[in-house]
Structure formats: structure tokens, C-alpha cells
Design a protein around this ligand. Structure first.
Ligand code: SAH
Ligand code: SF4
Length: 407
């Protein structure tokens, strides 16, 4: 059901198909959730249930505060709103977030939630995405998904092999942060063990290509950054893209968050294979978009992610070219040891080689991005979420950590 892809992938042969078309089959529930809606949309819905125009702004502000500052999960909690009004809201709307179907807590505090999203099709199974919280001494990073599956087909990425893609709604994206705050008891009026907020950073590095779901991601991140609500500053939100060039400048202009680029290769020929989207937007165009990225500076660097694939992209010659091509761009480099999955044709580079590569770029002035001296133990990435393994492995946790250090 609904698995027939309509786009380019009918093609077979050595080259991976470039992209799939997302199935827009989200069917909103009969009672819509207010989570993820803009203030204007909330005001409009209030109008639809008879709230007078003069009252709508004030009511919207109250709801915004209860939902995004206090984390209210039902209207009954919203005690500054009259009982009558609360009953009316309850009758028509919810403040539901995605349903949590499983939670894993690791001894180091890493938590992973499996979320169920409606498929809009009774026959087809519900969709599932994952969201991971990675605590560090100075921050707590949440790795958030933007799609079920991914529009693109990077050959080293497990998510890319999934055939079915659905864009998440803005509410489902904001909902992931709400779920994390609920589960960690991390809303503004609650005490946390450290006395400060637990979720301090967000990375759009879970499943999916965020720039193929631009509007929903933008609307969601603007809510996440809103000072009168969740209030995570734009400098603490990083959006990772495989290089959807036209939407990179829009990300700077319309969202204003930190940017991470999944580069992974320094020559077009190889990048065409690893990240087939490169055939549409080659390296030179991608780097130009980075040079033009609004708001980047030495204090706000662009992160370049580089997955270490044995004998594919890990030579010192690659390292030299990498340093050369990033000249003039305020950049950081994040080396990600490849996390293998069943059936993949790639292997992770040897630890020695990762160290040599890392040393080369360190000597060229980039901080050494591989931080744990555990060699092949530092594995996996947020892009590897939705693994078949039940437990979050040490390798996966350590890699998530490496990925979380993007700013
Ligand atoms: N689609 C976006 C964001 C999600 S992927 C993007 O591609 O940037 C997040 C990161 O994980 C990307 O840099 C991606 O290239 C990387 N990644 C995907 N699969 C991986 C794997 N098997 N091992 C290591 N990193 C991987
Ligand atoms: Fe999609 Fe990113 Fe995986 Fe490529 S690396 S298939 S863009 S999730």
C-alpha cells in the first residue's frame, strides 16, 4: 500500500536514484492539536469556535504560555482560563504530541523514544520515528526527525534505503521537543537536578532531509526558538542537510539557525555516488551557498560532516583537498565514523586512518572533531536512528555524542 514510488527510482543500474517523492497522506485527526500551529492559526481556530475578535489575541497568548512554557498536556491544567472556555476548547481541540511507544534509558543518561505517527491509511501500518536525547556536562542535545524515511538515497545511509517517505507536520516536529520535555520533566516551572534546563540544544539530524520538508521545519523551528515559549536560541539549533542548495539561503534568511552540511566527499564523481543529490547540486554550488549563508561568521561556523568510509574517502589526499576547499568559509569539520548496517557495501575506516585524517585537519587549524579515543567504538549517527537493535549500543551512544557537538 502506498509504497509505489512515482519518481526517478524506476531506473536501475549502478547509479542510485536521486530522490523519491514524499507521500502527502497525513490526515489530521478530527480534533486538531494546537501544538505546532502559529499564533495566527490558533487565533483563527478560536474564531471558528466563536471566540470574539477582541478576545482572540489574549486567549492565544494564554494558550501559547500554557503549551510552550508550562508544557500543559490538557486544557484542564490551564487554570488562568475560565472553566467554561476550557470546556469549549476541550470539545474542539487537543494539545496532543506524538504518541510514545517505547522509551530506552541508558546508564549515561542517553534516552531514545520511539514515536508513532498516524499514516492516514487504515491498511498501512502506523509510521514510526525516533528521537534521541544526549546529555553532556555543558548541554543536552535532542536529535529530531523531519521525515519518516528520507526523500534522498545516500548510499551509506540506512534511512535512505527506506522506500516510504512521509513529511512530518510542524506539530510532529515541535511535538518531539515537547515529548522530551515531558519525559525529562523539563518544563520551565519544574525543578531539574542540575537547576538548569535539560534540553538546551536541538539538531535536525534524525530521519529525513529537513530541506525537503522546508515549510514544516521552518514553522516548527520558529516555534522552538520563540522567546515566549520553548525558547531554545537559534544558535543552539542546528539543521543538517545533504545539500539542497536553493533552500540553504532560505534557511539562513527564514529560520536563522546554525547550518551543518553532509559533505562526505571532496570530488563530484565520488559525491555523486555517496550523496546522489550532488548530481543536481554539485560541490561548487553547495560551497557557494555556504559562502553566501546569512549570518555565518567565525563565531557562527558552518559544520561540515564527513563520514569516514574505508578506502573510499579517507585518504590524506582527501583531507588535503577538504582543507583547501573550505578555505574562506567559517567552518568546522565533524568526522563521523561510519556506522555499518546489514547489507551495506561500505566499511568504517580503520581507527589509525581516522586519527591521521583528524590530525591533518587539526594541523590545518580545525579543532579535532573525533573526541573519544575508542576507535571503532565511536559509531553511529543520528542518521542511523530507527535501528533494528532494541538497545542503544555503546557505539551508537558515543557517535550520537560526536554528532551532538556541532556548535
Ligand atoms: N538528511 C540530513 C540529516 C539527517 S542524517 C543530512 O543528510 O544531513 C544526519 C547525519 O548522519 C548526516 O551527516 C548523515 O550523512 C550521517 N549518516 C547517515 N548514515 C550514516 C552512517 N551509516 N554512519 C555515519 N553517519 C551517517
Ligand atoms: Fe537522507 Fe540524510 Fe540519509 Fe542522505 S544521509 S539518505 S539525506 S537522512
Amino acid at each position: 500500500m502506498n509504497e509505489t514510488m512515482t519518481s526517478t527510482e524506476a531506473s536501475s543500474g549502478a547509479t542510485a536514484p536521486l530522490e523519491k517523492i514524499a507521500l502527502e497522506i497525513y490526515v489530521p485527526p478530527a480534533k486538531p492539536s494546537l501544538v505546532g500551529l502559529s499564533r495566527a492559526e490558533i487565533a483563527e481556530l478560536l474564531g471558528s469556535i466563536g471566540v470574539q475578535p477582541a478576545q482572540r489575541k489574549m486567549r492565544t497568548q494564554q494558550l501559547w504560555h500554557w503549551i510552550y512554557v508550562r508544557g500543559a498536556s490538557n486544557f484542564g491544567e490551564m487554570t488562568s482560563i475560565s472553566k467554561e472556555m476550557r470546556a469549549q476548547l476541550e470539545a474542539h481541540f487537543t494539545v496532543a504530541r506524538p504518541e510514545v511507544v517505547a522509551e530506552q534509558v541508558s546508564s549515561d543518561g542517553t534516552r531514545k523514544w520511539l514515536l508513532r505517527l498516524p499514516s492516514g491509511d487504515a491498511i498501512e501500518k502506523a509510521h514510526e520515528v525516533e528521537c534521541v536525547y544526549i546529555p553532556e556536562t555543558d548541554r543536552g542535545t535532542l536529535c529530531v526527525s523531519s521525515q519518516v524515511g528520507c526523500t534522498l538515497n545516500c548510499t551509506f545511509c540506512h534511512t535512505g534505503t527506506q522506500r516510504l517517505v512521509r513529511n512530518l507536520t510542524g506539530g510532529e516536529i515541535v511535538g518531539q521537543i515537547m515529548v522530551a520535555r515531558d519525559r525529562l520533566n523539563d518544563w520551565a516551572d519544574r525543578e531539574t537536578p542540575t537547576g538548569s534546563r535539560l534540553v538546551t540544544n536541538v539538531v535536525m539530524m534524525g530521519m529525513g532531509e529537513p530541506l525537503y520538508n522546508f515549510d514544516a521545519v521552518r514553522d516548527a523551528l520558529l516555534i522552538v526558538a520563540d522567546n515566549e515559549g520553548i525558547g531554545i536560541s537559534r544558535r543552539r539549533i542546528t539543521l543538517s542537510t545533504s545539500g539542497v542548495v536553493p533552500n540553504i539561503i532560505r534557511t539562513g534568511e527564514e529560520i536563522g539557525v546554525m547550518l551543518a552540511i553532509s559533505l562526505h566527499a571532496v570530488r563530484d564523481e565520488l559525491r555523486n555516488e555517496l550523496v546522489p543529490l550532488n548530481r543536481k547540486y554539485p560541490i561548487a554550488e553547495l560551497l557557494q551557498a555556504c559562502r553566501d549563508y546569512p549570518g555565518s561568521s567565525n563565531a557562527r561556523r558552518i559544520t561540515f560532516e564527513y563520514v569516514m568510509l574505508k578506502d573510499v574517502n579517507d585518504s590524506l589526499d582527501d583531507a588535503r583537498l577538504l582543507v583547501k576547499m573550505l578555505k574562506g568559509i567559517p567552518a568546522k569539520i565533524n568526522l563521523i565514523p561510519f556506522n555499518p548496517w546489514p547489507g551495506t557495501r561500505y566499511e568504517c575506516s580503520d581507527w589509525d586512518q581516522i586519527e591521521k585524517f583528524s590530525e591533518y585537519i587539526f594541523n590545518a587549524g580545525y579543532s579535532s572533531p573525533v573526541r573519544t579515543p575508542r576507535g571503532r567504538d565511536i559509531l553511529a549517527a543520528c542518521g542511523q536512528l530507527k535501528s533494528e537493535t532494541e538497545k542503544l549500543s555503546v557505539r551508537e551512544r558515543q557517535a550520537l555524542r560526536a554528532m551532538a557537538m556541532t556548535d
